[in-house]
Design a protein around this ligand. Sequence first.
Ligand SMILES: [Fe+2]
Ligand SMILES: [Fe+2]
Length: 295
Amino acid sequence: MAATKYGNLLKKLKYEASEVKSKAGAAEYMTMAGGVDLEGINLSFAWGYRHWLGGWGSDGGFGHTHPYGECLLFTGLEYARPDYLGAEIELALGSEKHLIDSPAIVVLPAGVPHCPLTSKKVARPFGFLAVSLSGEHKIAKSPRAGKPEQSDIKTGELVQKMELRDTKRKSGGNADFISWWNGKDREGFNLNFTWAFHTGLGAWHDRDPHVHPNDECLVFMGLDPGRPDYLGAELEIAMGKDPEIHVFDTPTAVVIPAGLVHCPLVTSRVDKPYGFSAISLNTAHETTWLGKASS
Ligand SMILES: [Fe+2]
Ligand SMILES: [Fe+2]
């Protein structure tokens, strides 16, 4: 393959199947990336498909804390029902337990004890995204988790219902249903991110290329829990001032370092709805558009 200047910034997502020996049914799949996988930006993420009942076993299945902020996102996988999660999941936060039964975002400031996670009921497979503000995974077993002694954190306000807004998109490849979160009111969250379902063809934005003062990671994932390597769409993204076009049709994370001119992003084929998350390491989505509107 010919050498490219920016090809290293496109990362094909590598999924691992869970151990199926002790559980009935098909495997669950998970991908994780952080640190050097993402060119050293201050971010890691995990994304996976779940359908088993019982304890998740994440990070050993015990209550734990991180020395950095983390957000957990729970989503359904059905384009026709963006507000449907299809499962009831219990999440321990400190000594409290919260039931998540609709799409949700859980905000975990540094030091807040969380987990275990337990799927109580599962009608349909669902998706799970964890976004951590560190390139390196750091964890401490929490002495507080599951114990009656409590901190001053009101854990209920950390769990937020996630609503996917219908954008009523008329043309172009941008989102059909989208939700977003930003950390401007949360200390320690130099972060904003979106979660969306897409089916549209064409250019995503009107005034590309553009640039951000912060690092960004664009994550494209399929919505078929049995076929994690299937995106269901083909896209092309221009990278750099002298644009280099990169085409991909499998689940991919695109790392955009601060200051790198990027886009247009164009969807050239869609066979199935797919999921997308734009993760920006900034409390606001600061964008400088460098192109002219086409109309
Ligand atoms: Fe965690
Ligand atoms: Fe961007």
